[in-house]
Structures are given as C-alpha cells and as structure tokens.
Design a protein around this ligand. Sequence first.
Ligand code: ADP
Ligand code: MG
Length: 321
Amino acid sequence: MSPGQPLGAAHASAAGTSAGGAGAAGLDPRRDPELAVDVLLQALPYIERFRGAVVVVKFGGNAMGDPELFAQFASDVVLMHRVGMRPVVVHGGGPQIDEWLEKLGKESEFVGGRRVTDAETLEIAQMVLMGKVNTDIVTALNGFGPLALGLAGTDAHLLEAEVHDPELGFVGAVRKVNPELIVRTLAMDLIPVIATIGVDLDGQAYNINADDAATAIAEELGAEKLIFLTDVPGLLADANDPSSLITRVDGADVARMISDGTISGGMVPKMSGCVRAIGHGVGSVHLIDGRRPHVLLLELLTDAGVGTMVAAAPPQQESAR
Ligand code: ADP
Ligand code: MG
C-alpha cells in the first residue's frame, strides 16, 4: 500500500532522539519537534501520491452524533483539501431523520422491517438532510475558511432517481449521475458536500441510500478513492464480534458473505457498492471506522492499514498499484 519508502530510517532516528523525553512527552510531536518532522515526512509520499486526487468520502449519520468526532472529521477533510486532494463529501442522515420523525410525532409504516417513505416522510427527510445535516457539515468545514459548498442531488439533476421498490414509497435508486455541478465545484477549489435526495425527470424527489449515491458519484467521477466511514471497525467475519475484522476482501468473498448472511442490513448495499465501484474504475475502496479519531488521516496519510480494503481480485492476480 505504501506509495514510496516508508522513511523507516528517519522514523528510527526520530524515535531514538525522542526516547530521552520526559515520559509520554517523548511521544508527543507537540513537545518533540523532531518527532513532528518525522510525522510530516511519513505523510509526504502519500501527499505526493494523492495530490489532485478525487477522494469521495461517505459520511454516515452515526459518526455525526458525537461533536468531537464531527469536528475531527471536518478538520481531516480540510487538511485533505489543503494538501491538494479533492475531497467530495456525500452524506446520509438516517439517525437524524429518525430523530425528527419522532420529534414530529410521525407514525411510520414498515414493510419487511424497512420504513415506507410516504410524501410526509420524504418532506421531513428533505428538511433534515438538506436543511440540517448538509448545513451542519458545510458550516463545520467553512469554520476553516470559505471552502465548502452544499449541494443536493436535486440541484441541476445531479442525482437522477427512479423508484427503488414501489412498496417503499419515495425511496430512490440512482438512475444517472450528472457530474457537471461537482466538477465545477472542484474546479472552483471548493469541497462539494452532497445530500442524497435525488429527482426524477418529472421533478419528483426521492430519498436515496447515501452508500448507493456515493458509489455512483465515485464511479462517475472516476475517483482515485472511495471511503466509507461507518460505525463498525470494517467488514466483520462475525457482525457481533468487533475483533473479527477482515482487512481485505474481493468480489467473490463479498458475494459469498451476502448469500450466507454474514453481511446483512445496511452492510449489503455498502459492500455491493464497494465491489461495483472497484469494477468500474474507482482506484481503491475502503471501509473504515468513523468512530475512531482522525481515521481519515490514518487511512490517507500514514503507513497504518485501517479497516477493510476492497480489492478487485485475490492478491496473486492483482498487479501492484
Ligand atoms: P452506515 O450506512 O451509517 O455506515 P449501516 O447501518 O447502513 O450504517 O451499515 C453498518 C451496519 O451494518 C453495522 O453497524 C452493522 O450492524 C451492520 N452489519 C451487518 N453485517 C455486517 C458485517 N459482516 N460486518 C460489519 N457490519 C455489519
Ligand atoms: Mg447505511
């Protein structure tokens, strides 16, 4: 995974000079300038490699609940942008929609455990995703400067939708991504932040699963990376055992794990999307734990492998990237 030499020698020498520091201070780059330099040097090959790269980040509703993690997410995305990457943030907001449905006393109908999105539920979903969640993310990013622009899939037909399953009401599937608005936003050196409400050709809006939307957007942009932030360490061999992390899977593994039920619930569209994206030209796809502090920077700028990487083929068939 390392794009260049991991600068092991520099690391060793910095670690050596740090050893004399007082206790834990020896490992604190804020108190140890040489360690700080070493940290920057470790990031350098990654910064070089990803300069100009489009990185689509799907931000889930779960990691948004914690103000500290939310602030860290914002600073990570800004840092990505500042070192020359072109982040595109795609967000859901299921927990926030649920919270507002409850606050407003909206009773929901369920089919096979899934909520039916009637006209009123759609209205609330739009208000929450576009009025609240999108605005919160954009505002947090713009706390660092005039950097982010909020968009919705309804803007200029960005996300063209069609009915996903007639039983579920206004839940949409992505029919087509019209990427011009994203491309222009990136050309203005801004970070697009996209709420995944789509629209059909008659002007009817639909709520679209944010994993599906992020996948389709990454494919259409030919993104170098697609990163899903979720609320588990990555893909697990046993969904109830956080220590059963699988660090690398390919399409055949995913198909098997979906058919035998190892992958269930929201992980099904997410993992299907990962495999589809790899097959359609996205450089690499990662599933990482949005609850882990600064997990985006860990994945992008350090030698640490975090979460699950989705590969096109088993290791022996894959040429080195
Ligand atoms: P989000 O889209 O915000 O990441 P989802 O609830 O849609 O959240 O998807 C993540 C959930 O998928 C996890 O919290 C977990 O409960 C569930 N899941 C099902 N199967 C697996 C699996 N094999 N490994 C990890 N998580 C799984
Ligand atoms: Mg989901």
